[in-house]
Design a protein around this ligand. Structure first.
Ligand SMILES: NC(=O)c1ccc[n+]([C@@H]2O[C@H](COP(=O)([O-])OP(=O)(O)OC[C@H]3O[C@@H](n4cnc5c(N)ncnc54)[C@H](OP(=O)(O)O)[C@@H]3O)[C@@H](O)[C@H]2O)c1
Length: 332
């Protein structure tokens, strides 16, 4: 297969290129080359896609069996689809396309979408803008490509993660001691290992799978996930469960960022975001490794890349929160 990966210099799109090269495919990666290097064995073509710029001649003259694209800007996707309309398109979208974040166990058939944004805005300005732009990108693919699959991942985790959210837990739990565990032990959480997702995306490119799928692993409780991280890295921390009322009182941020508890989301408004129906992607071939393996490999990667991003509350902030929690107890 001649595969064009639009990206290839970082995390998921790079993992797709690695997987495809490992299977013996002819892989070209096109991007600016600013986020990193493409994997050994891939051809690299420089293409700055800003403002929907057309591909360089070298790419435009070639033909590809499949294209994997991870872009967030509709103009970039429109230009690329127009350049390679006959390829099978594997478009990586996001579960942020769903306007409904509160209904658990949803899937592409049941959840409402944001209205599309077809102009290029700043996807980092708000998750709704990012999601609505991805809806616009999806439309460009489904309307312009001869055949396509749209995959909407949930939280992607594992080695190379540039966001540092799951990495926080691997790093924090490895340090042991009393670990602030946010929310309730039975809160549902859901992740997908970047390598498993990449494997499935290449499967979909090879098989020319069509349709719209969420790309996510099985639902677990937060207690199961944190215990699996601990087991995977061989740590024996003591989890102190700190309820969301206390976290909110103490101005702990959800999800990511400074003074945040990574992967924690306020309930019930986000009760659906990490609880998507994982049976449909599993039936379509997505196979997920145990979280223990992801945690072990993420920590090993972090040790090799000590400057990699780790988001979340600092250790002094965690200690201060735990001390306050033990003084006052849970908020009702
Ligand atoms: N992380 C998560 O948990 C999560 C969850 C749901 C969905 N997603 C989706 O999963 C995908 C992740 O993709 P990824 O890991 O490969 O990371 P990414 O940050 O989306 O990758 C961006 C790729 O696009 C290239 N790029 C950026 N600006 C460009 C430009 N102006 N022109 C040409 N290329 C450009 C980058 O290369 P250069 O910078 O080298 O040009 C890089 O290779 C995205 O579609 C994201 O929306 C992520």
């Amino acid at each position: 297969m001649r595969l064009l990966v639009l990206g290839g210099t970082v995390f998921l799109s790079r993992a797709v290129a690695v997987e495809a090269i490992g299977r013996g495919h002819d892989v070209t990666c096109a991007s600016r080359g600013e986020s990193g290097s493409v994997p050994a064995g891939a051809a690299f073509v420089a293409w700055d896609r800003s403002d929907g710029a057309e591909p360089p001649v070298e790419l435009a003259r070639a033909s590809y069996d499949a294209v994997v694209d991870v872009a967030r800007h509709p103009s970039r996707v429109r230009a690329a689809v127009a350049a390679f309309p006959e390829a099978h398109w594997v478009f990586v979208s996001t579960i942020n396309v769903y306007a409904d974040t509160s209904t658990p166990n949803g899937n592409p058939e049941t959840l409402s979408l944001h209205d599309p944004i077809v102009t290029d805005e700043d996807p980092a300005s708000a998750s709704e803008v990012y999601g609505a732009m991805k809806v616009g990108c999806e439309q460009a693919v489904t309307e312009g490509a001869a055949s396509s699959i749209v995959v909407r991942p949930g939280l992607i985790v594992g080695p190379g993660d540039p966001t540092g959210r799951f990495t926080y837990w691997a790093a924090r739990i490895a340090d042991g001691g009393e670990v602030l565990a946010p929310g309730e032990p039975n809160d549902a959480v859901q992740v997908v290992d970047v390598r498993d997702l990449a494997t499935w995306l290449v499967d979909c490119a090879e098989a020319r799978t069509t349709g719209v799928f969420d790309g996510i692993g099985p639902v677990q409780t937060r207690a199961e996930l944190l215990a699996a991280v601990a087991t995977g890295i061989g740590a024996e921390p003591t989890f102190v469960w700190v309820n969301q009322e206390f976290l909110t009182d103490q101005k702990v941020e959800p999800w990511a960022g400074d003074r945040s508890a990574p992967l924690w989301l306020p309930l019930p408004e986000y009760a659906g975001l990490m609880v998507h129906d994982a049976t449909l992607p599993a039936d379509a071939g997505l196979r997920c490794r145990p979280v223990e393996d992801t945690a072990r490999d993420t920590l090993a990667w972090l040790r090799e890349h000590p400057d990699a991003k780790v988001t979340g509350m600092s250790r002094p902030e965690e200690a201060e929160l735990l001390a306050a929690f033990s003084r006052t107890g849970p908020r009702p």
